[in-house]
Design a protein around this ligand. Sequence first.
Ligand SMILES: Nc1ncnc2c1ncn2[C@@H]1O[C@H](COP(=O)(O)OP(=O)(O)OP(=O)(O)O)[C@@H](O)[C@H]1O
Length: 920
Amino acid sequence: MNEFIPGQRWISNTESELGLGMVMDAEFNRVTVLFLATGDRRVYARDNAPLTRVQFNEGDVIESADYAKISVQQVQQHNGLLTYIGIDEDGQLQQIDEMELNHHIQFNKPQDRLFTGQFDPTAWFLLRHETWRRQQQHQQAATKGLQGARASLIPHQLYIAHQAASRALPRIMLADEVGLGKTIEAGLIIQHRLINGLSKRVLILVPESLLHQWLVEMLRRFNLRFSIFDESRCFASPDENPFLSEQLVLCSQRFFADSAHRQQQALDAGWDLVVVDEAHHLEWSEDAPSADYLFVEQLALASPGLILLTATPEQLGKESHFARLRLLDPDRFYRFEQFLREESQFEPVARLANLLISGEVLDAEQQGQLKNLLKQDNVDKLLQQVNDTQANAREELIKLLLDHHGTGRILFRNSRQTVQGFPDRQRHAYPLQGDDTADLANSPYLYWLVGQLKALGDEKALLICKRAETAIQLEQLLRQHVGHTAAVFHEGMSIVESDRAAAFFADEESRAQVLICSEIGSEGRNFQFVRHLFLFDLPENPDLLQQRIGRLDRIGQKHVIQIHIPYLVDSAQHVLFRWYDEGLEAFRHNCSGAAQVLKLLGDARDSALLSRDAAAVEALIATTKTLSSQVEDELHKGRDLLLELNSCRPQEAARLVDEISAGERDGSLWPFMEAMFDCYGVDVEDHSRDCHILWPSENLRIAHFPMLQDDGLTVTINRDIALAREDMQFLTAEHPMVLSAMDLVLSSETGNAAVSVIKHPQLKAGQFLLELLFVAECSAPAELQIGRFLPHTPLRVLVDQHKKDLTLVISHDSLVETGDSFDKAQISQFLNSQRQHIQDMIKVAEQLAGAQMQKLIAESSNLMIATLTGEIKRLVRLKKINPGIKEQEIEQLKEMTMLSHESIQETQLRLDAVRFVITS
Ligand SMILES: Nc1ncnc2c1ncn2[C@@H]1O[C@H](COP(=O)(O)OP(=O)(O)OP(=O)(O)O)[C@@H](O)[C@H]1O
């Protein structure tokens, strides 16, 4: 039986939150304990009181009720009461009687909790161990940050997101052809940065008509809650900078265009990552850069990350395109003429890059060409190994070639030629007779439209025309004259009105058979649920035509796309139709060289449109055909090939898809989460295959389990189901519920001390061992992003009672509990009687973990040096050709390398959890 003496300090094994208790009375078979921290008084039966005697040892730092601290040097006992003698903060010898100890003392350290009898059920220790293990596995995954989107695993998207993710600063242009998923790529990159703690504040700028689409897409696919900021939102907080109130902000470009004050506030607020959609609108020329461009330029200077999205980067000309590239990488893109000169060299560069990829042997002449193209780099060593298939030289040379020539590694563009699986297009031409000048109400176009809609029956169609007035008038005419209900979408409407119109049209049940859009409907919107497109008029710019067709021709389109084009015979529209159709074949496929062809044609096209002279039109079409095939051929051999190399490597992309699919197939997430739910008191009910309903139970251990509402939550772990059932949460290793629950486990002490009785074929009965979990923690200033090289890493050690290292001999998974119960009080007493010995075992374990940590430090340090010196070398090389690069930038990188090295060397070891294992 325990000996209780008034004045002694004990702690409750079951209610450690009560703090340090003091024995008040110990008479007969009862003991009364007062917990001063909470004012609770408890009376226990003496022979089985769930209490552990608190006894500190030499080296412990203790605190008195007056907050005086001493480091214990000696413990004395008088009449069953302890007195601690030690040195205080001024180096003076002091003593604290146990009665004077601070009653708020909490025992959080694993060994303290073990010795004070506060061990948790083994399930908690196992949960902690598994949480660390999964976290580490996740840290090491190539697809970390890319696993959790509610999206199909599309190789080129994952490849791009992974490329961006592997760079310290994401400064890139996403320029996939229309509808290939740039928004999804941007979402993946944002999510990657947030999950890895590399970015916190993100600003997305989009055209007003796409605000809500972005908001919804970020939420439903990525669980990212952006807040839309407009004037009314900002007005609500007049005294502060409104942009500081949220971390994830979505704004329309027009909102900033209207207010220099809001621009300044957004700049002052600071962002880690800025994303600009439909970035081709950022027009630039030396004499007249647009106001939008100038604003983004300032953001670009202040923000470490910048992502520009555009399907038609050259829509407003090459110069603007170059200016946007310069926003992304001013070191690399510093002079327009130089950029143009490089373009002329694309073909030999692409040929050599292709040769490097093919694996064919490079002869001396080809090696000489490479050396010439890379004369700013010292590539002699790489060239010596170029024909050695084992060496990494080829990959390095390809990287250098891409980085050094053309749009290099910052522009990603996949096309329908490389991404297969898009439906065919069929074009339907409708020559109409009539008067070009007739008003719309009497024009043959209106009769044609009415007839077409009738012919489509119940099928929906999207109509795009150039101007808002045309769209408005058409809607009225259809309604008044034929009683037809159409939805309309144009720039004169508020965001809410236009979104409502698009939603009305999308609703399968609604009467709106057609959505009539002005040109703003031709960008960004998702209308792939429709297969009929009416091009009521044609845009002069071929990039705009691509954008229009892209509303339907995008991921998710399941049918052959039907493009309907009416024109008045012999009108300008007729000539334009023929130019697109016969000259460029633009209704059949996207022609990447169309803008260039138009430039080469000079005035020829526009004068043919004006004159409509038969001979001039025939000549225009013939020349266009010839030029188009020449330009396409050139692009294919040069620029497009380089872009293709940079934008997707099928094998690497497939590896990423495989890694994520394999992780989902291995099925370990659900058992892990079930164990988590079990520990925290979350009830689980089966819903259907791979789907479950979660409820907070009456015994929920915390006030709120992350993301769990009182009315329950339905989740699925199956990606296909998640894509079809948006009402269910898609539970992945990166779902916010999973990540927050893991944080919860690792940030609390629960499970950091446990006792297990196990049976193991390699261990004799009646022994004890310690299984310890250490964590190597490297802390450094945030800007070093040290987690890239050395994230918090768990290190497991197992020692037996003879202090022998059994870590590699006996695995964690093989230490299975027998299920036998044990007497907690007895174990507690035993632990205290063996306290010194167990402390010594922990010391040995610490040394073993320390050795593991040294290995880790060496590996991380090598990785860091390779990465940062690579960046330094690049700048040194670019500096030779670009005088704009400052020596200071290079010095900064060197400084970062030094600091990172120091931080890694100072990595600390922390004991995170300990399990006392008894063999039976
Ligand atoms: N991985 C994916 N899984 C499921 N749906 C996807 C995926 N990628 C794209 N989509 C869908 O395909 C459509 C086109 O994608 P997105 O809007 O990202 O393309 P985009 O390249 O930005 O288009 P645009 O050039 O028109 O701006 C959207 O409806 C999007 O939700």
